[in-house]
Write a protein that binds this ligand. Sequence first.
Ligand SMILES: O=C(O)C1=C[C@@H](OP(=O)(O)O)[C@@H](O)[C@H](O)C1
Ligand SMILES: C=C(OP(=O)(O)O)C(=O)O
Length: 432
Amino acid sequence: MLVCTTSISLGLYFVNPSKAHFLKATLTPSENLRFNSDIVITGSKSETNRLLLLQALFPNVALNNVSNSDDAQVMQAGLGKTEGEVDIHHAGTAMRFLTAFFATQAGREVLLTGSPRMKERPIKVLVEALQDLGADISYAANEGYPPLKIKGNKMTKEWVSLPANISSQYISALLLNAPHFENGLTLELIGEITSVPYIKMTLRLLDKIGVKTHFEGNTIQVWPKQGVNTTNMTVESDWSSASYFYSIMALAEAGSRISLTAYTQDSLQGDSVLQEIYRFFGVETTFADDTLTLTKKERPEANTHLELDLVNAPDIAQTIAVSCFALGISCDLVGLHTLKIKETDRLEALQTELSKLGAQIEVTDKSLHLKPSTKINEGVSIATYHDHRMAMAFAPLAFKVPLYVEDAMVVSKSYPDFWTDMEKLGLGVVMV
Ligand SMILES: O=C(O)C1=C[C@@H](OP(=O)(O)O)[C@@H](O)[C@H](O)C1
Ligand SMILES: C=C(OP(=O)(O)O)C(=O)O
């Protein structure tokens, strides 16, 4: 049973950080690594935060299966504000999407701010693109970083160019708000485009509600649209959250099964590439209606070294690195240049925490290299650096050896039910 020695609810924990209580999870392995479970995961936070913004622009868009994450809650709360301070805590999408939203909504005037880490996550590229389009934005503290003073304006310009190799969220932020620009918007992307599936997700959602878009080479166009027909949009469940179950299944005994709902084969989420990646570990994926079933087969003996470019799926890098370590598989993961500016410097955090467990690991500013491991140190306390994915990526290891996860409620950024779902799989979870 999940024992909490505090009455602080997950929502309150993030909504009122002054009351934050940093619970540590004591994790004890289940009796065996054989699984036969059904898990329900809520909507993707990426799709939800896009659709919440589109719903604010087009109120007759109705949403089902929205994410119950902190990031979705702060997005929803932010969209309702017309003045004063808007605090989006740790939510990168909310910070970027709301910057463009408030800048392009005449009559709104806000100070958009976030957690201490958010104030270190760059936003200059987006601010400069919006300023080029005529927006009134200034930095309230350090140039290039939140908090931002934003006074809403109607956008009349229709063309801007911006670097595309730092974060795709800047591009999605502009595209999502573009239907309300008088003449629509054309973006000219400079340099290698990072996290492309997230841009395609934005365009596909715009298409689904009836906004015309076109993406070819390094140019993206969005046509203006005043209103849309009543549309029911069902958010697909979160594939990044599914990654932790893939990782558990990589460790599982052959014959194990875990089913996850509600997913679609034609996913908008780039992290659905997990289906192909985890075949390497012997995890097979099948679909029946909206249920995704993971089945464990024997991993082919030859699969002892994994090479992957994760430029299109950066959020599953931590999961995959831990899966490899747990199984003594060596790996070279590249395309990781965005990891340094996420919730924490994820490359540094992975190096520190995997080393504590006994890994031989090297990182550069865009790659991670792991040697085959022979043992896992037990009883290690994993620091999470305010990063939900550090907690969740390391948890599967606890099915093999006892572990502690510090500040364990950090998971609520994207997956508040994570620890309850781990318990359903038989992991011993005690919070103190
Ligand atoms: O648009 C989105 O929903 C996201 C885009 C990605 O960020 P970058 O484009 O900064 O890599 C991803 O890491 C993040 O979790 C969600
Ligand atoms: C990077 C992430 O989120 P964001 O950038 O939206 O804070 C994430 O969820 O892994």
